[in-house]
Design a protein around this ligand. Structure first.
Ligand SMILES: Cc1cc2nc3c(=O)[nH]c(=O)nc-3n(C[C@H](O)[C@H](O)[C@H](O)COP(=O)(O)OP(=O)(O)OC[C@H]3O[C@@H](n4cnc5c(N)ncnc54)[C@H](O)[C@@H]3O)c2cc1C
Ligand code: FES
Length: 251
């Protein structure tokens, strides 16, 4: 059930130069792929306006978020401390499908955030991550992901795993006989579009979590509308989870 509550930060942990984990009690159990709107201070003026953040993990009423600092709002989040109040609204949006066969969870950069909880909660018989970072130095939480599923690391410079892009690793695994039934992806739009191309080529169902700037998170402000090749969508209300066909122009 969706709620908007003021809760207190229970833990704050830096995991890389620009990314950190934030944990806070939050009773409503989210579905994998959903997100929350997070705000500090009075929640009315920028940079205090709420920002959308995916569910990284939820266990026994404790919500954990993985956040990368990119601007004023996320910098403000990084400067909070344990015990400080935070407003959490959610869980919001639709969720990833849960399928029984072989599922690959493909993430790039901070796009790995929603995949941890998705894989942890997945009922798939066979699940694996393909996680891409620029370099080993810019990677984070690699051991945590390894505890949830087999993980294929790829990096732009080859310093972590193999020097490939995530879609190239997907292609290589399929060619090696490990074709998944479903691919769930989150990351830069270019990466997701490339993953879609590979999935389509091999006849694999692919699902993606999209990002956009958001105002309200509940379909009221129309601020999150994005024009994708396949459709114009309100990410908060119709998503954030979409079928890969959204990367294809309608004929
Ligand atoms: C459904 C959803 C889930 C998300 N989950 C996470 C998550 O788990 N962890 C996480 O760190 N971030 C996540 N994001 C992105 C996060 O919401 C933005 O990074 C944040 O709102 C930026 O706020 P800011 O004030 O720090 O940056 P701003 O000062 O507002 O912007 C800084 C820079 O980032 C760009 N930018 C801001 N927001 C976005 C965006 N959504 N997409 C592309 N560029 C953007 C701006 O154009 C600008 O160049 C998610 C976004 C959505 C829509
Ligand atoms: S964020 Fe307001 S309509 Fe989507």
């Amino acid at each position: 059930m969706q709620r908007s509550i003021v809760t207190k930060i229970a833990d704050l942990m830096q995991v890389s130069n620009d990314a950190f984990l934030l944990a806070a009690p939050f009773e409503s159990e989210p579905l994998p792929g959903q997100f929350v709107m997070l705000s500090f201070g009075d929640g009315r003026t920028d940079p205090f306006l709420p920002r959308p953040i995916s569910i990284f993990d939820w266990e026994g009423g404790m919500l954990t978020l993985l956040i990368r600092v990119v601007g004023r709002g996320t910098l403000l989040m990084a400067h909070q401390a344990v015990g400080m109040p935070v407003r959490v609204t959610g869980p919001l949006g639709n969720s990833f499908p849960d399928e029984a066969g072989r599922v690959f969870f493909i993430g790039g950069g901070i796009g790995i955030a929603p995949l941890y909880y998705a894989a942890k909660r997945s009922h798939a018989k066979n699940k694996a991550f393909i996680l891409g970072f620029r370099s080993a130095e810019e990677s984070y939480l690699t051991d945590d992901y390894l505890k949830v599923a087999d993980t294929h690391f790829v990096s732009d410079d080859g310093s972590l795993g193999v020097k490939l892009f995530p879609h190239e690793k997907l292609d290589a695994l399929v060619k090696a006989g490990e074709k998944p039934d479903l691919v769930i992806a989150c990351g830069p739009e270019k990466m997701m579009a490339a993953v879609h191309e590979v999935a389509k080529k091999h006849g694999i169902r692919d699902i993606h979590s999209l990002e956009s700037r958001m105002g309200c998170g509940i379909g009221a402000c129309l601020g999150c509308r994005v024009q994708m090749p396949g459709a114009s969508v309100l990410v908060c209300k119709e998503g954030p989870v979409f079928d890969g066909s959204i990367f294809e122009e309608k004929k």
